[in-house]
Write a protein that binds this ligand. Structure first.
Ligand code: ZN
Length: 153
């Protein structure tokens, strides 16, 4: 990755950390879960509205945490709106592999989403931060399985 690209990705994370998108409750959500990362103190509540075809119609979050956890949640809500829960699961797998330094296959994945995930995957140099970057995604999995709470511990 070039330095320019790295700077761009860093700006993206800072911007989302300071000005999170889709930061509100969702009255018509049919899935909801609370995610907690005790190592860092990040806490987010995720709201998801999924239709009967498995398409994420709307997704939002609230909570507080470090810049990485908030930026990750914010970017996740932006990239998953309009996608199916199956696509969301594939992107989570891609994120998890990217953040832990494993080979991640981006075949068939939305390029805009994988670019954003690459921005976040810079955390793999800081293992403790991986839990911050993946918290929103773990919370999404819990919400979709109708588990009310998830902890990274
Ligand atoms: Zn954190």
């Amino acid at each position: 990755m070039s330095d320019d690209l790295r700077d761009l990705y860093q700006d993206l994370i800072l911007d989302h950390g300071k000005h999170p998108r889709n930061f509100h409750t969702l009255p018509n959500a049919n899935h909801e879960a609370l995610g907690h990362n005790p190592l860092c103190g990040d806490k987010i509540t995720l709201y998801v509205s999924v239709d009967d075809k498995g398409v994420i119609q709307d997704i939002s979050f609230q909570g507080s945490g470090c810049a990485i956890s908030v930026a990750s949640a914010s970017m996740m809500t932006e990239m998953l709106k309009g996608k199916t829960t199956a696509e969301a699961a594939k992107l989570f797998d891609y994120l998890h592999k990217s953040c832990t330094g494993k080979d991640a296959d981006e075949t068939g994945l939305d390029e805009d989403a994988t670019d954003r995930i690459k921005a976040l995957s810079g955390v793999r140099d800081y293992p403790i931060r991986v839990k911050c970057a993946t918290l929103a995604w773990h919370t999404l999995q819990a919400a979709l399985k109708n588990e009310k709470k998830v902890s990274t511990e």
